[in-house]
Design a protein around this ligand. Structure first.
Ligand code: AMP
Ligand code: ZN
Length: 370
């Protein structure tokens, strides 16, 4: 189960990672356009999660008895406290009613980070890097093993790359639920001749008025991701009529969308390269790109071209964004490694850095391990 933000997600997976049931119900765009409202999202989860669990059990003809289904994994954090609690408490109730069920609270970002290992289990055998790019996070993480993670580059402020791309897409008057995804699809639909080096140089550099964050003076050496100024730059160009959104042809609109999207990815790349200049051995590690923005084909291609690491991405695009398959998988892998289950007095953790994965309370060794 996953309900850390505005998606209510329920899945059933096998111990090999086969997906037997997977459903997500997202709050409507009209509510999201002003940002996610925790109260509305919580009511959405309270109303939706139990129905999805009923549906999952009936469609897969399974029972939550500790034998048919052996484990219940639920996001414990980070995320909006009341949203998390909606599922966490429901999962606890199911575990109380079915004492044989293993109850496992899962770190949301660990879910994103391990998604690719469902398809490429070799990832779990050695250290790897992850670029976590989502609506709420932008981080470069070093995973030494499933329980030990170091955040190498964190984001400054509240705005993550996905959030910033969504805000830019809205300013350019794109519409839709995953609005940054709609912007990417629109760019693709206009077939910009990006393979032509002269055109690309003109588009991305010469005629690009957007400046990369943390790219001047001492800030060049700041190992941080920062997306707080990009939508303001776009807004300012729109207000000054440099960009007349309503008068653009589709092709011109795709060019503006490409420029602003590219600056986001350039900034990410600059900071990864800064890290690699400091610790070149990291370039030899596999690099997993995960989180909603990892669905973006321009980001994938850009990383492939610019970096030497072997790249991994979730194969299925719907596993890039928030989902509960990743929570089930991460919960299972953590349990296999640690044999820890969560106690009935444990509660959600709204702020929970991955580096503190193992230092929180509310977990004990399972008395009857699988
Ligand atoms: P998450 O927080 O992991 O659920 O990811 C959601 C974020 O990913 C939202 O900000 C989306 O707009 C963004 N996103 C999803 N698909 C794409 C895409 N193809 N390109 C860029 N951003 C995307
Ligand atoms: Zn997420």
């Amino acid at each position: 189960m996953e309900s850390s933000c505005d998606d209510s997600c329920v899945s059933i997976i096998s111990d090999k990672g086969e997906v037997l049931y997977n459903k997500k119900e997202t709050l409507a765009d009209v509510i999201k356009s002003g940002g996610v409202q925790p109260n509305l999202a919580t009511v959405h989860h309270l109303a939706t999660i139990p129905i999805l669990v009923q549906d999952a059990l009936s469609k897969t003809n399974s029972k939550l008895d500790g034998e048919d289904i052996k484990m219940i994994c639920v996001t414990r954090g980070p995320g909006m406290p009341t949203c998390l609690t909606a599922s966490y408490q429901f999962a606890k109730g199911l575990a109380v009613a079915n004492p044989k069920l293993k109850f496992v609270g899962v770190h949301h970002m660990l879910g994103h980070l391990l998604t690719s290992s469902m398809e490429f289990p070799e990832l779990l055998e050695k250290p790897f890097l992850s670029l976590l790019v989502s609506g709420g996070h932008t981080q470069l993480v070093l995973t030494e093993n499933i329980t030990k993670h170091t955040i190498l580059i964190d984001m400054e402020g509240q705005k993550a790359v996905g959030d910033s791309l969504d805000k830019c897409a809205r300013l350019l008057k794109f519409k839709g639920d995953m609005i940054a995804k709609e912007m990417e699809l629109f760019i693709q639909s206009q077939n910009l001749p990006l393979d032509d080096p002269k055109y690309f140089k003109e588009l991305a550099r010469a005629s690009n008025p957007f400046t990369k964050p943390l790219a001047k003076g001492e800030n060049v050496y700041a190992k941080k991701f920062c997306f707080s100024g990009l939508d303001s730059q776009l807004r300012s160009h729109i207000n000054k009529k440099v960009i007349k959104v309503d008068e653009l042809t589709d092709f011109e609109k795709a060019e503006w969308a490409y420029r602003i999207q590219h600056v986001h990815f350039q900034h990410i790349m600059d900071k990864i390269k800064l890290q690699f200049a400091e610790t070149p051995e990291l370039e030899k590690l596999p690099l997993v790109i995960s989180g909603g923005v990892s669905a973006n084909m321009y980001l994938r291609g850009y990383c492939e071209r610019q970096l030497n690491n072997k790249m991994y991405y979730p194969k299925h695009l719907h596993l890039c964004t928030d989902n509960s398959v990743m929570i089930g998988w991460a919960g299972l892998k953590m349990y296999e490694k640690t044999k820890l289950v969560n106690t009935m007095n444990s509660t959600v953790i709204s702020k929970w850095p991955l580096s503190d994965l193992m230092t929180v309370d509310g977990a004990v060794k399972d008395k009857t391990p699988l």
